[in-house]
Write a protein that binds this ligand. Structure first.
Ligand SMILES: [Zn+2]
Length: 114
């Protein structure tokens, strides 16, 4: 285990945890909305169901982001955060600043995205 004191990493970890807490709160709120009983009026039911579909899409995005953040926090904990999972290079700080949950360097992300 190499000794690396990296205060930048601690700041990233704190920011990720803050974001994860906000997402967890949002997801819980959306799930509460989706579980709310439907209005007795059929036309109201239709619009409520459409709204729930939209909420479901928003929730999926938030769940995916929360998963990505949990993964990033796990990499912070095991010391692999900031390393490209494909080529093993160090992901540039500017990329991590823009995408804190990035698991690949720009070159590998472009190579695997399509
Ligand atoms: Zn790479």
């Amino acid at each position: 285990m190499q000794m690396t004191t990296n205060s930048g990493l601690a700041a990233v970890e704190a920011a990720l945890k803050t974001r994860l807490a906000a997402l967890t709160t949002d997801i819980a709120g959306i799930e509460a909305d989706r579980r709310a009983p439907l209005d007795a009026d059929f036309s109201e039911q239709a619009s409520e169901l459409a709204g729930q579909d939209a909420l479901g899409g928003i929730e999926d995005g938030k769940v995916a982001e929360a998963d990505a953040i949990r993964g990033a926090l796990a990499r912070v904990a095991d010391g692999s955060y900031g390393k490209c999972v494909s080529c093993g290079c160090t992901i540039p700080a500017a990329r991590l600043a823009a995408v804190p949950t990035a698991t690949r360097c720009v070159a590998c992300a472009e190579a695997t995205s399509g």
